[in-house]
Every structure is written in structure tokens, then in C-alpha cells.
Design a protein around this ligand. Sequence first.
Ligand SMILES: [Zn+2]
Length: 399
Amino acid sequence: MLLWLASAVWLVASVAILEKAELKKGELRLHFNGSYNKSKIRHFALNHPYREVFDIPNARLKNSSVGKGLRTSHCYSIRISQYKRNTVRVVLETERGYGCNPYRPLFAYNAYHIPLPPFKVAKHHKKQYKPKKTKISVKNTPKKHHVKAQKPKGKIIHTPKNIYTKGKGELIVIDAGHGGHDTGAIGGGKREKDLVLQIAKRVERQLKKRGYRVYMTRRRDVFLKLRQRTHIADRKDARIFVSIHANAVPKRKRNKAHGVETFYLQKTRDAKSQRIAARENRAVLKGAGTSLSKKVIIDSVLNGPKIIESNKLAIDVQRHILGNLRTRYRGVRDGGVRHAPFWVLVGASRPSILVEVGYISHPRERKRLFTPAYQELISKGIAEGIQSYLNNRKREIEL
Ligand SMILES: [Zn+2]
């Protein structure tokens, strides 16, 4: 009995059982019986017809009915199969590429969410792609999981082109960091407060072009109290709050640190994120004069859905900034999406992120950062990221 128990426990620990697959809020949501290894999931796209494919290793379907009958007007088909003995394959066949960003919700470690395309598929679709007759359905599968693998047709493609719908006057708050006596970081005689204001103004133009309204926390070289920054975002019923900053490191490291980083609010143990947060918080807190306390941060951290939303927004924005910069510039480093306890993000009760557009301390990056073309690509990236995020949210509501 003990041995049986032990082996059962071992099985559960090594193989994740896919118990349920459902369509909800514009996403295909997979539910496992426990934790699964997200980093091992292989995600790629195939063309002719367009397919988003996910191979989930160390996973099995609970039974033959999992993933059956999933129908949506956004995909020609959704197929879930036991591709290999311990690999579950998920295929979304749709009309064309879209920025499909699957994720694991922060507070649901056993779930995996795959966003559906924002567009619907044409009704009269001649099926170009038919799975072979030895259809991979668990129904016909002998008990030993002896399943013939389904070879994907077509060439693997990457970076699907995104097509987004225009905004309908949603309000976006753009916060240029620092200002007035607070210069922010300084490198080579250049000041963060000037750089971020230039970029903020470009972001404003890019967003307006896309059909959004924009509220700028500052348009001039003035110092704002923390309250002025965040309460504006709350009072004006804004959909999104984006704070724009530039990073810096001490002289001895200046040739090493460079790249783009996007943050959302959360407590962190990561030393580097803590250092950046400490530097950005210092000036903000000096002018705060409010009763902000640690408790405020913790309350915000516990406000789960906003963190998930901020995380999604951060991912979209980071991806689009890099995508844009890399079309014209080489060696742009992806510093990634991270969380840090920035004060400026506390109190803005909507998806809120802080973008560090680059390192003003790095000689080459500083030069680029003060180039109009480079600023324009960053701004375009931020605007596209916001658009992508809002498009995805809209889809969730519609479905
Ligand atoms: Zn800053």
C-alpha cells in the first residue's frame, strides 16, 4: 500500500494531467491537475493555413473528452491531442498571424491561458488543412497511449504580423518621470527628465493617431508631487497608466548596462529591480508628503487582477518596443518584464507600468536615446503595446 501510494505520488509529480480545456473571455484556458513546467512548453507557428502550435511535455489528457467540441468564430478549429506518449499538442487554426501571448495567471499555477485571435475567421472557409485519417483523438486510442504522431505541415514561421483595431477614445495617462529640480539620472551631461518628456510627447502623438485620448501628467519641466502623478490617473478614469523613465548605473559599470526594461508593481526579491526601484522612488518620495506606507504597497500587491493586467500590459509594451527598435538598430538588449515596488505605480488603480527606455549612462545607448528616429521607434512601440493590450481586453469582453 505504501509503495503504491509512493508511486502514485511520483506519477502525479512527474506528469501533469490536462483535466479541462475551455473557451472563456477570448482565451483557450487549460487546467491541469497541478503545477506544470511552463518554460518547457514549445510554442511555434505554422503557415498554410496559419496555426499556433503548443507542445506541452510531461502532460497527458485526462480522458477522451478533454478539448472536444471547442468552437469559436475566431478559429477554424481548435485541436487538442495526445501527440506523443507524454506530450499534449494544442493547435489553433486561424486565418492569419496575431501576437499570441500565452501566459500562466499569477494566482493559478495550474492554468495556462492562450489568447484567441482578435479577429473572426471567414465563414466560407474551404478547409486547406485536414488532419490525417489517423486522427489524433484519444477516443480511438488504445489504453497504452500508443498514438501516431501528427507531423505538422508547412514551414515554421516566427514574428507573426499584428493587426489591431483602432481605439475608441479610451483615456491613457502618460507620465514623464521627474522634472523641475528633480533631474533624474544624468549621463554625459544629458538629463533623464528632458529625455523622458521628449519621448512622452511622441507617445502622445502616436496614441492619438491610433484613436486614443491622452492625459499627460506634465508637458513642461516642472516637478510633480507623487499624488499629482497617480491621482490624476485615478480621477480621470483612465484605462492605463504608463510612466516613462531612463535608467543609469555608476560609472564603473556604464559600458555594461544597457537595454529596455518594463516594470509592473509588485514586491520583489530581485536585487537589481530593487536597486532601480530605490533610485526612482527616492525623488518621488521626497515630494510625496502623503501618508503612503508599506501597507499601501502591500495592499496594491494583494490587488490581484490589477497585477495580472499590469503584467500583461508590460509584456505587450516591452515586446513592441523591442520589435520596433530592432528593425533599425543592432544590439538592443531585452532587459525583460520585471516587477518592482515603484511608488509611482502605487495608487493608480488600473493597469500601470513603468518603462525604462534605456540607459542614459551607456555612451552608445545615450547617443541613440537622444536621436529623434530612436525616440520615435520607442514611442511607436509603447503605443502599439497599449493598443495590443486593449485589443485583447476588448476581445475578452466581447466573447
Ligand atoms: Zn527615472
